[in-house]
Structures are given as C-alpha cells and as structure tokens.
Design a protein around this ligand. Structure first.
Ligand SMILES: Cc1cc(Cn2cc(-c3c(Cl)cnc4nc(-c5cn(C)nc5C)[nH]c34)cn2)no1
Length: 291
C-alpha cells in the first residue's frame, strides 16, 4: 500500500535507511524503505541546530512542508509526510529514480533541442498547476529539479516557494543567475518590491537557455550578473534554432506583464514541433537515437 494511505503519524523506526542520495546546505537525503509496505522513498534529514532560529530558514522549511504536502502533479516531487525528533526534521519524499537533473546537464554539456523542448513542456505544465494554486516557486533552476525513472522531470525543493503575491523578507544567498529583474533590483517596479507568479516565467526562460546552451544567460561576476539581468542583456548563440530563440526572447522580458504566459508557452511552435506525439515526431525521435 503506497505511503499516502498510511497512518498520518510517521516515526524513524518505520524506515530502513539506505545509501545517502545527496546533501544540501542543512542536511542530507537518504534512500529509505517503509518497513510494513516496502515502499521506497527518499528521506530528507534536516538538523534543527543548523536551521538558525529566526533566520527565516525554519519558516522556509515549514512553508516547504505546508506547500509541497498538498501538491499532486506528475512533474512535482511528492512529499508523503514529515516528522521530527529532538534534533532532526524528517521529510518523506518521492524517490526520483534518475537523480538530479543538473548532473545530467553537466555530463551532457547541453541537451538536444527535442529533449530540452520536452523538459520545458513538463516544467510549464507543473508551473501552470502551481500558479493555479497561487504558489510561486521562485527558485526554478537545474539544481532543484530531479529526474524520475521514466525520464520525466520533478520539481523539488520548495524551500523558496511562497503564496502569491509576495514581498520577499528572507535574504537571498547563492546564485543570482535565475532571478528576474524585479527580484534583483528592489523597487524594480517603481513602487514596493512585491512581485507575483511571473517571476517563474523569467526563470523558465533562463532554464530554456541553460538546457540549450549549457550555461546560464547572465552568468558573470556577481556585479555584472546583477547589471545584465536588470537590462535583460544576453546573447543567444547561433547554434540555437530560431524557434527556441523566439521562446527564450519572449520569456526573458524585463516587464513581467509582457512575458509569454504558460498556456502560450505550451502552444509555442518550438514546443509543438518537439512534443506533439504525432507519428512524424515519434519517428524523428527514433532516428535521432531517441532517449
Ligand atoms: C538536504 C538536501 C539534499 C538535496 C539534494 N538531493 C535531493 C535528492 C533526491 C531526492 Cl530529494 C529524491 N529522489 C532522489 N533520487 C536521487 C538519486 C537517484 N539516483 C540514481 N541517484 C541519485 C542521487 N536523489 C534524490 C538527493 N539529494 N536537497 O536537500
């Protein structure tokens, strides 16, 4: 019986812990098996001592649990439950059979257009689902995406997600590469620096660029990245097809209101060309060595 119709009370003794799958800033993730059902999952262990009190990180973990536990979509990593002991918080997560997307991207350097288009279509589908629930992810990047056993993408790590509209309070740290102008340039929209779901459209554009080029469009020194994002100053290499170039340019738009909405992303010629499971599309994939 799958985990989600288990009793809501979980505890560590219910799980056999397997190999470490990865580590993040505040803890580690282990392969785990729930003893009674044999259900395989990923157990994310966060150390309370490392979630500095009042630094906003505890609130992020609470929000991650609250938001991710209520989501059900094939391209969003499921959270089945959580529990804690004196020192640690445990998040019971779906196991993604092919691991972290950024490792695949680094290994392949960049993805072929048909694969990038299928990935972006899946991300657009997941973001449409999130935005219908007024959830903004705010941290869409390869490091926060996992790959399921059938090669499908799974958005994970909702530590930065919030309910729209929002006014950020917690200080950003880590790469600026994926942040939109309205988040890197406070008061970017003239008045207060609040923003809405359209921040995820910008990040989707950055993700499309990085899948096809192998590096982020504004990658530079901290100061230069800031400046280049604020001006949407990027160049798209000539090997990128005109259709893909068109989609990137329609997402990396300074004015959030002018960014291509998600339903239009899913209908974009570049997406349709590679994702419509017609006879032609399927045959072409086979000739190209498919997966
Ligand atoms: C703390 C902390 C670490 C991380 C990053 N991270 C996520 C995972 C992970 C999760 Cl959450 C779910 N399923 C996974 N499957 C893998 C995996 C599969 N293979 C074949 N190789 C790997 C690795 N990793 C998974 C691990 N680390 N976020 O917060």
């Amino acid at each position: 019986a799958p985990l989600y119709n288990q009793p809501r009370q979980f505890h560590l003794g219910m799980f056999e812990i397997g190999r470490p799958l990865g580590k993040g800033k505040f803890g580690r993730v282990y392969l785990a098996r729930e003893r009674s059902s044999g259900f395989i999952c990923a157990l994310k262990v966060l150390y309370k001592a490392e979630l500095q009190h009042g630094s906003g990180v505890e609130k992020q973990v609470r929000r991650e649990v609250e938001i991710q536990s209520n989501l059900r979509h094939p391209n969003i990593l499921k959270m089945y439950g959580h529990f804690h002991d004196s020192k640690r918080i445990f998040l019971i997560l779906e196991f993604a059979g092919r691991g972290e997307l950024y490792k695949h991207l680094r290994k392949e350097n960049r993805f072929p257009e048909w694969k990038a288009a299928q990935y972006i279509a899946q991300m657009a589908s997941a973001l449409r689902y999130l935005h219908r629930k007024h959830v903004i992810h705010r941290d869409i990047k390869p490091e926060n995406i996992l790959v399921g056993i059938h090669g499908e993408l799974k958005i994970s790590d909702f530590g930065w997600s919030v309910h729209a509209p929002n006014h950020r309070r917690t200080t950003l740290c880590g790469t600026l590469d994926y942040l939109p102008p309205e988040m890197v340039r406070p008061h970017g929209n003239g008045n207060d620096n609040s923003y809405d779901e359209k921040v995820d459209l910008w990040s989707l554009g950055v993700l499309t660029y990085e899948f096809l080029v192998g590096e982020a469009p504004f990658e530079d020194t901290m100061v230069m990245t800031h400046r280049r994002i604020a001006r949407a100053d990027m160049t798209i290499p000539s090997f990128v097809s005109p259709e893909a170039r068109d989609l990137i340019k329609k997402l990396l738009v300074l004015d959030p209101a002018k960014r291509l909405p998600l339903d239009a992303v899913q209908q974009h010629p570049w997406i349709i060309k590679h994702c419509v499971k017609g006879e032609r599309a399927t045959n072409r994939e086979k000739t190209k060595g498919g997966e």
